[in-house]
Design a protein around this ligand. Structure first.
Ligand code: UDP
Length: 329
């Protein structure tokens, strides 16, 4: 089969984004279109949403959407791909518990299939990995050289361990085929286009506060997370692929400002102008007690540092949820 170099490509770089209909995937599609790429998105829509891509599908855009599951047989437009951005996977703990085996398959077989596309095209490859590879960390903050503390038979293992497998597979392609690869470990990220039923703490708290309900804090609320706004995260991902010095690198991407879950609840209630009410619930099994990225490597290699403070990012996310779901601010 000959590879299409259609006139409409006009010398544009061609990117393939797996998980294009997801929260991060759809923002990445926007960033790539803005940077002048021709973009092919692929998504099973198990957790992604077509709504996230409506605007990208406008006829003036250089975007093609393929609805398919990358763990099975799938057909791609016959183009010469320059960049493969592999983001497909459930990422919310609620989703990956519900879709535990699918999560393991997309991170194993799905990653293998995306690597084969990269190999055939001699494309550059980026794996979206996760801070979950550090498990419940015994080192704080977490640098990339930390090997982590993961319960391999626990309820989060379907995600943690399959992402660890995906990382190992990517490195074997790098070693065996000299493939140009990088892995980004994404820490907690939030912003517009998260689903109302996503189950993660930011959309839960915002929707609860907008409905003037009690915020559901799991455990004591003293566990910490470090929250990055989506625009910052996407810029880090974009640089990790396009900067010259990233081949063979593993790079943490997250905001090192650390908050307890209870502090987050106060910030959300204040921004929604409601009195803080809390309803305590059980801590999910193996819920990490703290998490904060060491981003020295991202700073050095990518000249990247998150620029959106929590209050500002939460404000923008509240506006999104209030508008999309007609919730009163
Ligand atoms: N969490 C919470 N209330 C919620 C949802 C989550 O207290 O309604 C807690 C959860 O137990 C964890 C933290 O918030 O300690 C972040 O959870 P999330 O699901 O957003 O992502 P995780 O970091 O666990 O992948």
């Amino acid at each position: 089969m000959s590879v299409m170099s259609a006139p409409y490509l006009n010398g544009k770089p061609v990117s393939l984004v797996s998980g294009a209909g997801g929260f991060l995937g759809s923002h990445l599609v926007d960033r790539l279109l803005e940077a002048g790429h021709f973009v092919v998105g692929i998504d099973s829509f198990n957790t992604g949403s077509l709504d996230n891509l409506d605007h990208a599908l406008s006829p003036n855009n250089h975007f093609i959407l393929v609805q398919a599951d990358i763990t099975e047989d799938f057909q791609l437009p016959n183009l010469a791909y320059d960049y493969i951005w592999h983001l497909a996977s459930p990422a919310s703990p609620v989703d990956y518990r519900r879709l535990s085996i699918e999560t393991m398959l997309v991170n194993s077989n799905g990653t293998g299939n995306m690597l084969k596309v990269a190999l055939k095209n001699r494309a550059k490859f980026l794996l979206a990995s996760t801070s979950e590879v550090y498990g419940d960390p015994l080192v704080h903050p977490q640098p990339e050289i930390y090997w982590g503390n993961v319960n391999s038979v626990g309820e989060r293992a379907c995600y943690d361990e399959s992402k660890r497998f995906a990382e190992a597979l990517v490195f074997e392609y790098h070693r065996r085929y000299s493939m140009n690869i990088r892995i980004v470990r994404i820490f907690n990220t939030y912003g517009p286009r998260m689903r109302i039923k996503d189950g993660r703490v930011v959309p839960n708290f915002i929707c609860q506060a907008l409905k003037n309900e009690a915020l559901t804090v799991y455990g004591s609320g003293s566990q910490t997370r470090s929250f990055a706004f989506v625009d910052d995260e996407i810029e880090g991902i974009f640089r990790a692929m396009t900067y010259e010095n990233t081949n063979g690198q593993v790079i943490n991407l997250g905001n090192p400002e650390e908050y307890t879950v209870k502090e987050l609840a106060s910030v959300v209630a204040a921004i929604c102008s409601v009195k803080l009410q809390i309803k305590y619930g059980d801590l999910p099994p193996d819920d990490p007690s703290k998490r904060c990225p060491d981003i020295s490597r991202a700073k050095e290699l990518l000249k990247w540092y998150p620029s959106v403070p929590l209050k500002q990012g939460i404000g923008r996310t509240v506006a999104y949820f209030a508008g999309k779901y007609s919730l009163p601010i």
